[in-house]
Design a protein around this ligand. Structure first.
Ligand code: PGA
Length: 293
């Protein structure tokens, strides 16, 4: 059966995966097994701390000084994501280290009458390397939708080298009705629609079940792994095997020093997006250095 491509305002440029989409992911296991044999599934772990609406500039400075003095695993990509007002302090403090700085949001228009919003050029000038798109708190409290996520991703890729971290995840009711795979699959599909394979290979996708965020209740390793595999399969269906093999997928939701190792041991989990436990250098360091005893 021919899958109907959902309506999009973007025209095909020739390499957009959705044109030749296989949205049910037929042939996924075999394709991933051959990608593994070719060594394409060796993905660099990426651990990001999302401070949300926490820390002043002085507190940012204090955190950065303590954190960068720690003996951090060089094999892990490390990112600190902070409120807009902290970003210049963060970028300045992290200069010369291998720790990246990220914003929590961006607007999809280049400029204009959008009181309270921040544009991509503003972030580029500060020099952030990453930007969160579609965090569940933005979706829940500020009206962010799959459509606005798609516009933001499109803008970021068109006009910057910033790496977006797209967040997806279901509410408890959705899981209770057994609809979580379908729901998250749809979020991924609608947000990535219109991107190119090059875009998707660069980005990070974070699976954050809403029922696990800030609640202390982490998804089990198995629940987290299952959904990260669903997301990878969706990417495979839209963009093909190689893109699915290289795209990095994080888990987020009450990640702590005590549970990071089990999560990172899962095949399709390549990192973590950490809220509460990233606010103190000592606990975030333990998460980043999960590989050390
Ligand atoms: P949490 O937040 O680790 O405090 O649950 C995760 C997130 O929302 O990114």
């Amino acid at each position: 059966m021919q899958h109907e491509v959902p309506k999009t305002k973007w025209k095909s440029t020739g390499n957009q995966g959705w044109e030749k989409s296989n949205l049910n992911g037929a042939g996924y296991e075999e394709a991933m097994a051959s990608m593994k044999l070719m060594g394409l599934t060796e993905r660099k772990p990426v651990i990001a701390g999302n401070w949300k609406m926490n820390k002043t500039k002085a507190e940012t400075r204090e955190f950065v000084e303590a954190f960068k003095a720690m003996d951090l695993d060089e094999g892990v990509e490390k990112i600190l994501i902070a409120p807009y007002t902290d970003l210049d302090t963060l970028v300045e403090g992290l200069a010369g280290t291998d720790i990246g700085a990220g914003a929590e949001n961006v607007h999809y228009e280049g400029s204009g009458a959008f009181t309270g919003e921040v544009s991509l050029d503003m972030l580029k000038e500060i020099g952030v390397g990453y930007c969160v798109v579609g965090h569940s708190e933005r979706r829940q409290y500020f009206g962010e939708t799959n459509k606005t996520c798609a516009l933001k991703l499109k803008k970021i890729f068109a006009d910057s080298d910033i790496v977006p971290i797209l967040c997806v995840g279901e509410k408890l009711q959705v899981r209770e009705h057994g609809r979580e795979n379908e729901f998250v699959g749809e979020q991924v599909e609608e947000a990535l629609l219109g991107l190119t394979v090059e875009d998707v290979r660069k980005m990070i996708i974070a699976y954050e079940p809403i029922w696990a965020i800030g609640t202390g209740e982490t998804a089990t390793d198995e629940q987290a792994e299952d959904m990260c595999a669903v997301i990878r399969k969706k990417v495979y269906g839209m963009f093909g095997a190689e893109t699915a093999a290289v795209v990095r997928i994080q888990y987020g939701g009450s990640v702590k020093p005590e549970n990071i190792k089990g999560l990172m041991a899962q095949e399709d989990i390549d990192g973590a997006l950490v809220g509460g436990a990233s606010l103190e250098p000592a606990s975030f360091e333990k998460i980043v250095d999960y590989n050390r005893e």
